[in-house]
Design a protein around this ligand. Structure first.
Ligand code: KG4
Ligand code: ZN
Length: 356
């Protein structure tokens, strides 16, 4: 019988975008999670600059790794397996992280798993709330994704129910933030301001919510029409020389996004007879998403698992957590020649290999 101590120790390496993350996980226990961010270097450009992000990973990887090992009091030789994000994400950033992880795995003679960063956003919840139920609906919401997944097994069996047809939720928030002249990334600012506004003050449209759309796209989202409606509203007031009710705009916009996300997440559970929703990704830090989902799920008798805010944005813990599931499932490691996949499908938990 395996005890906690003899479960494999998995080192996770995250490098999909602007965060260099290194973490150590044993089973569902997190030993350490260290993150270095290059966001400060991108903020003045109003968006992530891929070349800057790649270079920052190169500079940060070894110091981040050393800091994680030191904090955990672990020697590299004690690591049993290495997991790294292999996609989806920025190809240059992924390449730096994947080369670093390959070098470590090869030097240590340990198995390497190139895995799906987005699935990691769900897996991280196990480190806080423990084992997953048999099946759950995953709502992954970030700057690049807004997807509903039916997770039958986090290591091996994920069905994509739907996703955004245009902007991701975080992306839509960042764009509205830009329209309102807020600093990049706008998401957290729009969220903060929305808490002081009246969500009923302005009626903004809900994408893909008409009966015909619900039939054709029951679990898909669309936020670009909403974003355009917000832009028109702002433009009209500005032309009339009126002051912008910034808090009300943020509140009404946030309500529209979160109404769509939460109603479709609940509908997905009901249609698939699932009793648990797990949320993940940077946008899952959104205050209205959390409160509205809580409200609607408890009314429907559905449990919601939300990772704490520090595990919502990109981190090494999500990668080590998913890696730990793959190792526990006895899956073959990725082959040494795997390449990162910037558009890795969400149904692929990792890049499978043929080695035993
Ligand atoms: O998952 P993440 O860290 O990076 C990827 O996109 O992979 O997500 C970042 C996104 C950004 O668009 C950011 O504005 C948004 O998540 N975000 C938020 C909040 N916190 C982060 N959006 C709305 N409300 C928040 N509290
Ligand atoms: Zn992410």
């Amino acid at each position: 019988m395996s005890t906690k101590e003899n479960l494999p120790l998995v080192l996770g390496v995250e490098s999909t975008c602007d965060e260099t993350g290194v973490a150590l996980v044993r089973g569902h226990e997190l030993l350490v999670d260290v993150t270095a961010s290059s966001m400060d270097q991108h903020a003045r450009y109003g968006g992530i600059i891929p070349e800057i992000a790649s270079r920052a990973h190169l500079e940060s990887f070894l110091p981040t790794l050393e800091s994680a090992l030191e904090k955990a009091g672990v020697e590299l030789s004690e690591v049993d397996a290495i997991a790294c994000s292999a996609g989806p994400g920025l190809i240059g950033s992924l390449t730096v992280g994947n080369c670093a992880a390959k070098s470590l795995a090869s030097a240590l003679g340990k198995p390497l798993y190139g895995l799906n960063h987005v699935v990691g956003h769900l897996a991280v919840d196990q480190l806080v709330h423990g084992e997953f139920p048999e099946r759950f609906v995953g709502l992954v919401v970030s700057g690049g994704h807004s997807n509903l997944l039916l997770v039958n097994d986090i290591a091996t069996d994920i069905v994509e129910l739907g996703g955004t047809l245009d902007d991701a939720a975080g992306e839509a928030f960042d764009k509205v933030g830009r329209l309102l002249g807020l600093p990049y990334p706008g998401g957290p600012h729009v969220d903060r301001l929305s808490q002081q506004g009246n969500p009923e003050a302005i009626k903004f449209p809900r994408g893909l919510s008409r009966p015909k759309d619900l039939k054709e796209h029951p679990y898909d989202f669309s936020f670009s029409g909403l974003k355009t409606a917000v832009a028109r509203y702002i433009e009209t007031l500005q032309k009339q020389g009126e002051e912008l009710p910034v808090e009300d705009i943020c509140a009404a916009f946030s309500e529209a996004v979160n109404d769509s996300l939460t109603s479709k997440a609940i509908a997905a559970c009901q249609a698939h007879d699932v009793k648990t929703i797990v949320i993940g990704g940077g946008f899952s830090a959104n205050s209205r998403l959390r409160s509205l989902l809580d409200e609607r799920a408890s009314a429907a008798g559905i449990e919601v698992r939300m990772p704490p805010l520090k595990y919502c944005t990109d981190n090494g813990a999500q990668i080590a957590a998913l890696g730990s599931n793959l190792v526990a499932a006895g899956l073959a490691p990725s082959d040494w020649d795997f390449a990162p996949d910037s558009s890795m499908p969400l149904t692929e938990t990792y890049i499978p290999g043929n080695r035993s």
